[in-house]
Design a binder for this molecule. Structure first.
Ligand code: SF4
Length: 392
């Protein structure tokens, strides 16, 4: 059997317009990639309503440069589609990032997938997912161009092209992914949602976590027709091999692309930029809003609740407050029940701090144990802040 060639092109230190142009040229040119009169979906990463300068969202100038090329193919329609993380407003994210202006400029359709009709699609080769609800538009377009931003992720190590497709599914499915097995669900989803092109924004990258913070300028754009191959090259910029990232490893096992970087033809005029020494992504995964008395026991917490907790902690940190309690959160907290259950069951107290459970998925703790609970799914930062402040 003939070996499959995976090509990924990498351009650095040019203008965004020229990096996008050169990437497309290296992949054969826009005419080879897109047939005329097509309906084309652009899927950026707008997880939160923060500008690209935060390192959390795709640079709008990449969409601007790309659409200029797409217009040359006389498309029937260009659609920009996204569903921000649970609890976040996609239309606000379009506005804050400037993508709304780009859409206006090119008369592209701006779509909030949360409001799109959700249709079930079968996943015949899924390991844990057999069916998933996706925005109908995703299945109605002729082409999908995936436009992730390169970031470290608190649960999936990195978030690039494969993880970005989670923004095409219904909000309730996002929570289900966390409950089942996030890594395997991402790999399963990628067996049925297959972008035709992935362009990775590595101009400004969050080496901190997925919701932005401490962005590092790499001024690089990568592109490839195979999402897994593109992700493997992009992950190497953060210092990770493909097999060190669970969802990439599982995607390779599902034969969605190469298993390692050696199988990829990389077109690059310069040495690929990587995390600078001392910027080890592992050591700076989360912002340091250290509150000495606060303990957190969590497993499988969604980014939105994690973000809310960190926002509350940052506020308390600024006010020099330090709440004295233990927070319990995450959809898989049951795996860590032994760390807090003895407080009630045996009176042998590992932590004598008052316990507080956060979020709908942890309501069961408050049902079983006499502890405080903060409601919500996701929980609001304000609610956590108010509760913790009274415990400071
Ligand atoms: S409460 Fe938070 S962590 Fe739990 S399912 Fe909802 S968003 Fe996820």
């Amino acid at each position: 059997m003939e070996a499959i060639h995976y090509t990924v092109t990498v351009h650095s230190d040019e203008s965004i317009r020229s990096m996008v142009s050169n990437c497309l040229k290296d992949l054969g040119g826009i005419d080879q990639l897109i047939t005329p009169s097509s309906r084309i979906l652009l899927k950026p990463n707008l997880v939160v309503a923060k500008p690209n300068s935060s390192g959390a969202t795709t640079n709008p100038l990449i969409l601007d440069a790309l659409i200029e090329h797409l217009i040359g193919t006389s498309p029937c329609e260009i659609i920009i589609g996204e569903s921000s993380e649970v609890g976040n407003d996609t239309m606000k994210a379009y506005k804050v990032t400037g993508i709304q202006d780009i859409a206006r400029k090119w008369k592209a359709t701006l779509l909030d997938f949360k409001k799109d009709k959700q249709i079930p699609i079968d996943i015949p080769y899924g390991k844990v997912l057999r069916r998933v609800l996706v925005a109908e538009t995703v299945k109605k377009v002729n082409y999908i161009i995936n436009l992730p931003i390169l970031k470290v992720h608190s649960q999936t190590t990195v978030t690039i092209g494969m993880k970005n497709l989670k923004g095409c599914i219904a909000d309730k499915e996002k929570s289900r992914f966390h409950r089942l097995n996030l890594h395997q669900c991402i790999a399963d989803l990628n067996t049925v949602l297959i972008p035709d092109l992935t362009i990775v924004d590595a101009t400004l990258c969050s080496f901190n976590w997925e919701l932005g913070g401490m962005p590092v300028r790499l001024n690089t754009i990568l592109a490839g027709r195979n999402t897994l191959a593109t992700d493997i090259v992009a992950a190497s910029m953060l210092g990770y091999r493909g097999d060190e990232v669970a969802h990439l490893r599982l995607a390779a096992q599902a034969h969605l692309g190469p298993t390692n970087i050696e199988e990829i033809d990389i077109i690059s005029s310069k040495k690929i930029k990587k995390v600078q020494p001392g910027q080890n992504a592992d050591t700076i995964k989360e912002p340091n809003y250290h509150l000495p008395e606060l303990e957190v026991i969590e497993k499988g917490t969604c980014s939105s609740c994690k973000g809310a907790l960190l926002a509350a902690m940052r506020r308390l940190h600024k006010e020099r407050q330090s709440p004295d309690c233990t927070i319990l959160m995450g959809q898989r907290l049951r795996d860590r029940e032994c760390e807090f259950a003895p407080v009630f069951k045996y009176g042998t107290v590992k932590s004598k701090k008052p316990l507080v459970s956060i979020g709908q998925c942890c309501h069961w703790v408050a049902d079983h144990y006499p502890i405080k609970h903060i409601k919500g799914c996701p929980v609001k930062a304000e609610a956590i802040y108010r509760h913790l402040k009274t415990n400071s």
